[in-house]
Design a protein around this ligand. Sequence first.
Ligand SMILES: [Ca+2]
Length: 95
Amino acid sequence: MSQLETAMGMTIAVFDQYAKTDGNRQTLTKAELKTLLEKELPNFLSSGKDKDAIDKVFKNLDENGDSQVDFKEFVIFVAALTCCCHKYFEQKGAK
Ligand SMILES: [Ca+2]
């Protein structure tokens, strides 16, 4: 597998690992998302350990308002975060 294929596979695997905590492996509940963020993106939430931060992220991700985050919503979130990282490293490299 290529690097990009591996990255895509890992993204799917991470979602599946946390989404299957309860009976429904198609979606992340707020509790599942919280665990995922704490374990997989510890730096992302380091500033906001409070419940509000998770609530806000969850609300933003849950675009259709069904209190579940599906894979599409999760991928959009990962893509947005990746864009932020890309911008950050671009700026760093520019100086
Ligand atoms: Ca689930």
